[in-house]
Design a protein around this ligand. Structure first.
Ligand code: 4AD
Ligand code: MG
Length: 477
């Protein structure tokens, strides 16, 4: 007999005769009531065991974590809290679970403990919900771009280029590390390496993406990205997923419109398709907030925050205006910021970004026209000669969620910029070809997928929204 998913049983329009459900025991009460979960929904189905006619040996094996199969009728539940339950006629233990040793006991665990058990934490309500929401958001990303006729491009994971010029790359090599071949100058001879050159894991698919946008018009990437930045924060991963659309003939304003529309679409999609999971996560967040001092508690519930983003335009503010606001702000004057803003040109830290979003504007903010020297080489230089057509989108509780720009389409200006920054033109000959042959205005951005999942689930640590996080000193599983 084919089993039916718990979600379908709970949503059944009628009572059903003889159904089969398979899943994992969450709890077993009074030798009679099993809460069974199969991952199809946050909700468990109650299975009522006829304990008088079930052997003692079987009853003992119905323990938290065990995999079981139950067959019986789907009937109206007499208990509160659920519409249906299964009146069990036959029960089979598929896989025992040692109740004493199973780490996911039916009680509250710390997030730290759950991270150490990332292979089992997905069996909890919170992580089941987070991972279902993550999956739905991935689908929404594709759905948005596909509906608009964007072409999905798989840019390489192994590359010779450092797109962001920040040097935060994981090297890829098959050279023997204990016996590296040297060239005549005494340096490592990468000609002998697998690819005949120095290679690394990609920090961004943008540069390759641009070449495709200059042929296919509008493209997007959605893939893993790697950064060897040693920042042990709640917002950084060494391996994360990024979505990078790139559009020919779009200027920076078009780019902002696209980013805003895209983010609103995917959030709306999650609200419409993850109601049960988001309701659970909203409750979890409320509980968590209770442990904080009153002043730090959020004024909005999770769904209110999500709806706020849908109902309000993102505030568009130039870097120069933002610096004025920050310079005159109370935390700056009272030296409460760790980094005091004194002059134009300062790089913004996350404390500044969060002040702008959470305290000053109380809304998502798009900052644009940053100083050229704090941004990557490929951004288009403005007429003032000192700012570039960059944009960062800042979100409450998250800080930067998107980084993007209008690209420098003028060959000469780009080459000059690369020279000044010491970027090898020969290495990027293929990138420069896009400016040699039919160059045009174009723009794009990168959205950090985990930061989006953080926002939508109301979680606060990025390690909790990716199945198996990779961070400094941590690559377990
Ligand atoms: O601002 P970034 O570095 O921009 C780029 O990589 C551009 N090439 C994008 C483009 O224009 N096509 O990164 C983009 C986004 C950030 O805004 C942030 O959301 C996320 O990627 N991000 C990270 N997320 C998790 N862990 C990290 N270490 C991240 N670094 C960046
Ligand atoms: Mg950035």
């Amino acid at each position: 007999m084919r089993h039916t998913r718990v979600k379908d049983l709970l949503n059944s329009p009628t009572l059903l005769h003889e159904v089969n459900a398979k899943g994992w025991v969450r709890t077993f009460r009074n030798n009679q009531f099993i809460a069974l979960n199969d991952g199809s929904t946050i909700n468990n189905i109650q299975c009522v065991v006829d304990f008088e006619n079930t052997s003692e040996e079987i009853l003992k094996r119905i323990t938290t974590g065990a995999a079981i199969s139950v067959t019986g009728d789907l009937v109206e539940s007499k208990g509160a809290g659920q519409k249906y339950e299964i009146q069990v006629k036959k029960i089979e233990i598929l896989g025992d679970s040692d109740a004493e040793k199973f780490p996911m006991q039916p009680k509250k665990h710390s997030l730290e403990f759950l991270r150490e058990n990332a292979h089992l934490r997905v069996r909890t309500n919170a992580f089941g919900a987070i991972m279902r929401v993550r999956s739905v958001l991935s689908f929404a990303v594709h759905s948005y771009f596909q509906q608009k006729g964007f072409v999905y491009v798989n840019t390489p994971i192994i590359t010779g280029a450092d797109a962001e010029g920040a040097g935060e790359m994981f090297q890829v090599t098959s050279l023997p590390l204990d016996n590296l071949p040297k060239n005549e100058e005494g340096n490592i001879d990468y000609k002998k390496d697998f690819f005949g050159k120095h290679t690394n894991l990609t920090v961004s698919g943008q540069l390759e993406g641009e070449t495709f946008a200059m042929a296919l018009g509008q493209i997007y990437t959605f893939g893993p990205t790697f950064r060897a930045e040693n920042s042990n924060t709640s917002r950084h991963l060494a391996e994360f997923w990024m979505i990078e659309p790139e559009v020919a003939f779009n200027n920076l304003d078009d780019n902002m419109d696209l980013a805003e529309d895209f983010i609103q679409y995917v959030i709306k999609y999650a609200i419409d398709n993850c109601a049960d999971d988001l309701k659970f996560l909203e409750g979890r967040l409320l509980e968590e907030e209770k442990s904080k001092p009153q002043a730090e508690r959020s004024e909005m519930t999770l769904l209110e925050k999500l709806n706020f983003v849908l109902e309000n335009n993102f505030k568009r503010v130039s870097y120069t205006e933002a610096i004025d606001i920050l310079r005159d702000s109370t935390p700056n004057k009272k030296k409460k910021f760790q980094y005091i803003i004194n002059e134009w040109g300062a790089d913004l830290q996350s404390e500044h970004e969060r002040y702008l979003v959470e305290k000053h504007f109380k809304s998502p903010v798009i900052l644009f026209d940053y100083p050229a020297n704090i941004k990557a080489f490929y951004m288009r230089l403005n007429e003032d000669g000192k700012t570039v057509r960059a944009m960062d989108i800042l979100f409450p509780g998250i800080g930067e969620i998107v980084g993007g720009s209008q690209r420098e389409e003028r060959f000469d200006v780009l080459v000059e910029k690369m020279k000044a920054l010491g970027i090898d033109e020969e290495e990027l000959w293929w990138y420069l070809d896009t400016r040699r042959f039919g160059s045009a205005v174009h723009s794009g951005f990168g959205l950090g997928f985990e930061r989006l999942v953080l926002f939508v689930t109301g979680m606060t640590n990025i390690r909790d929204v990716i199945p198996f996080p990779r961070t400094p000193q941590n690559a377990e599983f």
